[in-house]
Every structure is written in C-alpha cells, then in structure tokens.
Design a protein. Sequence first.
Length: 403
Amino acid sequence: MNKHIVFKTNSFPTFSETFIVSNITAAIDAGFKVKIIVDAINPKTNTSQPNILEQYGLMDKTVKFKQPTQKIKRKIKALYFLLNPLLLYYFIKYWKFKGKKSLDYLFILQFYWKYRNTKTFHVHFATAINPLFELKEIGFLKSKMVVTFHGYDEHGLPKGEQLKNIIHNFNKYVSHITANTQYLKNKLIIKGFSANDIIVIPIGIDTNFFENDTDEIIENKPFKIITVGRFVEIKAQAYGIKAVKLLINKGYKISYSLVGYGGELKNLQQLVKELNLEDSVTFYGSRNQDEIKALLKEQNLFLMTSSSDKSGRCETFGVVSLEAQAMGLPVVGFQSGGFPETLIEGKTGITVEDKNYDEMANAIELLLNDHEKRNRMSVAAKKHINDNFDSSIVTCKYLELYV
C-alpha cells in the first residue's frame, strides 16, 4: 500500500498554524511517510511547538523548490535532466501548455519528479496550490489532491473568469475540499463551489496537553481575563481593552493579559495609555504553547475579540477558543465569522453582537458575578472540547481522505 503523503503549504514552521503540525504528526503516527513542500522555510525557532518539531524531525522533512540562477549552470543541469526521456516528454508538454519555452518548467518537473506518484498531496491554504494544477493538467502528477481552506485563502480568491477557471480546476483535479467551519463552507458556496464537494473538518487540539485537572475555577481578585492572538486588525484586541475599561469604571478590579505580536502593538499600547489602564493591562508578547498553557491556567475567563476588518473579512475559526475551553475557561466573544461554532452558546461561552464592546462588558460582568455559572461552564467547556475537538478525532477525518 502506498502510504506516502506530501503536505504543501505557504511557509513552515509558523507560530500560529499549529493545526498543520497536528495534521502532519497524526499522519506520521498513522504510518504515513511524510514530506512537506513549502514556498518559504522559516527558522526552526519560528514556532510555538519546538518540542514537537524536534520529536518528529519535521524540519528534516521540509523542502522548498529552488533552481540555479546562473545561466551556464542552468544550461548544464538542464542538459543533464533532459537525458531522462520521460522528463523531456513532460517538459515539451509543459511549455506547450504554457505557450512559451522556459527552463523554469524543466526545473519544476525535476523537483517534483520524486513526488509525482505519491498517494496524496494535501494542500493547506489554497494559495499554496501552484504549480500542482499545471502538473495535473499535463498528466505529470498522478496523486490524489486534498485542499483545505482556512479563511484568508477564500477571501483572496479572484472574481469573474479567473474564479470560474479556479473552480473548474478544483472540480477537475481535487478529490476533496475541506473547510474548518460551516461558516467558511458557506462562503465558498457563495463563491461558486459545490456544497457537495466541501467537507467541514474543524481544527483539533491536543487535549492531553491543554488539560486542567481541577474542576474548580480559581476565584481571583482582581478578576483575570486573557486574550491570545496576533496583534492585527482582524483580532481586534482594542474592543477587549475598551470592554475592560467599562468594567473598571464600574468599580471592578480587572487584570487583562494580552498575548501576541504584530503590527497593531503600538496602537494597542497607545490605547491602554489613553484609557489609563497601564496598571490593569499587560502585554506578554509572543509565547510558546507551554507558556500559553501556564497563563491560561491562571485566568478566570477568555476573551475572543476577533471581529470583521475593513475589507469585511472575519476569522473563520479561532483555535485559541478551543485551547481556552479545554483548560476550563468560559469564553466571551463576538458573533463574528466561524468563531461561534467553537462553543456551545450559554453553556461553554457567550457571544454578543460584533464590535459591541458594551455587550461584551455586560457578558463579562454576568460571569464575573456568578461563580456557580462560571463553574458549570468550565466543566461543560472541557467536556465539549474533549468530545468534539480533540486532535485525534479531527485528524482521523483527514486520514480517511488519504486512503
């Protein structure tokens, strides 16, 4: 049985895309021989899961396409590669398909030669799919293709004829399309993809790692709230800061922890200063998973501030919501994107109108004043994540697509 799989994504490793690592390691645990093809190889320090990368040797399994740039070297290598008659055959097909001659196509074919009969290519993020459609079109790539949309790749799809061509290629060459939420699936359907072709497979987490063995929520004073996420517009931590300000104005003692990094940091720091919240809001910068887990364990509530950005894009999932609930934290957040699908409304968390930080503050206040309700939510949250989002459950759904 061919148990080889190639994962293709834009870059690896990354701090935020822990779900890709979970998918890859599950395939390895299931006995698949894995390779990871990327457009950019990041430093091995660019991860929140250094131990897992080391344990599974993932950096050694990661490769990127590159070709010689010096003219003489290109020609010598090209002549050597063309001694392979089958490679010559596909090279001719490739440049005829593209409508122009270029040695680039030969080097692409040579790079993918060893992977052309791989059982499955699993592409994470549709933006990473090139040049697989072209290789399928000329008959070079024999593999089954699975493509997983995660959000921004859907938002970045073109319009008009370009979109029609992309959907045509998906219909022709992709065996399975997956989306991480029903919200994202609906967005793809609106774009023209067939509902029958899209399978919803949520992101999973390691519940053995994100585990809090106590059933009693700590009664902190001040009340501790945390938000984890990159400091970018769509994460919208400013609404959390403003909600905290409303609560403090009512006389509540609040400690708000912001974990992350990104271009909005200075703006958020300035907002904290303007609202005189320097003693109540702490910026922790980027943290690895061990550090995030330790911080979550000290909190009373998780605040999911993600909201629609200026372009209308929303977060399609929200893996940090799963991690927080697995640790027993009730979650409060906006009715935005696919995030509400990560919780059970009123039982493991509360969602409020998007961008309405007054309602957000009211929801926090409700839980702050009702210890018993928070306790019930904590127990329900842990059960909800263990039953529905454990990585072993989720990744099995991917593994079924590979065979």
